[in-house]
Design a protein around this ligand. Structure first.
Ligand SMILES: NC(=O)c1ccc[n+]([C@@H]2O[C@H](COP(=O)([O-])OP(=O)(O)OC[C@H]3O[C@@H](n4cnc5c(N)ncnc54)[C@H](OP(=O)(O)O)[C@@H]3O)[C@@H](O)[C@H]2O)c1
Length: 268
């Protein structure tokens, strides 16, 4: 029998370690800004030290970037099942191949990967994707709400295209809501961990990025709501800022010219 704090630690550590590990792998060669962190994964947080055998993890935005790295880390951590969700099939297949190579189980039958070619803005498509997860794995332990969008434009609110502005919220906030809502029934019978990818920009005001930065702030509050509403059922919800990592996302920021091109953040 384990105490409440043992349960807490047992749940927290594998996820945290796998995530941090995976993020550091992405940033190893491609760091956008100078950060005070180790360029390589260090032993304490190596996913090989975790044992997630028997566990099933859903990662959204798994077709590239941080989501791919997280998926690989979970494969290394010994997860038995991965549900990889994104819209781009070719990207998902690449991630699956990388996970199969990285997975620690000796044979494929102990490790299964389900590809979910789905856009998270569709409530129906997300619900049916979660049904697929249930049919294939019969369980779900961890949901990583990593999928997100950002636009490299730098317009003040008055110059923003309304559709583009709202699209960022539709993906980042409503998409995360859709996935969480559909996953909760299955998740409540598993390890009950939700990891939401936010950003340091949730705390910043960078002129021109009101769509993205407000959406990431909303994710912080949504994470608190998940914890408040489901904490007594054992759900642990974390909002994680991954650091600045040169994936396709920040690569959209113009290198030269543009008032935000050097990521100079202004806090009033
Ligand atoms: N990179 C950074 O420096 C940084 C910093 C802070 C926070 N973050 C956050 O970290 C997360 C991952 O970022 P990243 O850098 O890896 O970005 P990325 O390389 O642009 O990847 C974004 C992922 O989200 C998926 N996605 C986008 N729209 C989607 C939709 N409507 N439905 C389903 N999937 C969708 C994309 O897949 P498809 O296009 O195939 O659908 C892709 O797999 C994001 O939430 C981002 O805001 C990143």
């Amino acid at each position: 029998m384990t105490s409440q704090s043992d349960n807490f630690t047992g749940k927290l550590i594998p996820v945290y370690l796998s995530l941090i590990c995976s993020l550091q792998r992405v940033s190893k060669h491609r760091c956008l800004v100078r950060l005070n962190h180790s360029p390589t994964t260090y032993d304490t947080i190596n996913p090989l030290h975790s044992d997630l055998s028997g566990k099933v993890i859903l990662v959204t935005g798994a077709s590239r970037g941080i989501g791919r790295a997280i998926s690989i880390a979970y494969a290394q951590a010994g997860a038995s099942g991965l549900a990889l969700l994104a819209r781009n099939r070719a990207g998902l297949i690449e991630t699956r191949t990388a996970c199969m190579k990285a997975q620690r189980h000796g044979s494929d039958k102990n490790f299964q990967v389900l590809l979910l070619e789905v856009g998270i803005t569709s409530t129906e498509a997300v619900a049916s994707a979660l049904k697929e997860v249930e049919t294939k794995f019969k369980r779900l332990d961890i949901v990583v709400n990593n999928a997100g969008q950002f636009q490299g434009h730098q317009n003040n609110i008055g110059d923003m295209d309304p559709g583009s502005w709202w699209n960022i919220w539709t993906v980042n906030v409503n998409g995360l809501f859709n996935v969480t809502r559909a996953a909760l029934p299955l998740l409540l019978d598993g390890l009950r961990i939700i990891v939401n990818m936010t950003s340091i920009t949730a705390h910043l005001i960078t002129g021109g990025f009101s769509d993205y930065e407000t959406s990431k702030l909303a994710i912080l509050r949504l994470s608190q709501f998940i914890a408040a509403e489901y904490g007594d059922q054992g759900v642990l919800c974390y909002a994680i800022h991954p650091g600045t990592i040169l994936t396709d996302m920040p690569a959209q920021i113009p290198k030269n010219g543009g008032r935000n091109s050097t990521l100079t953040w202004r806090i009033p």
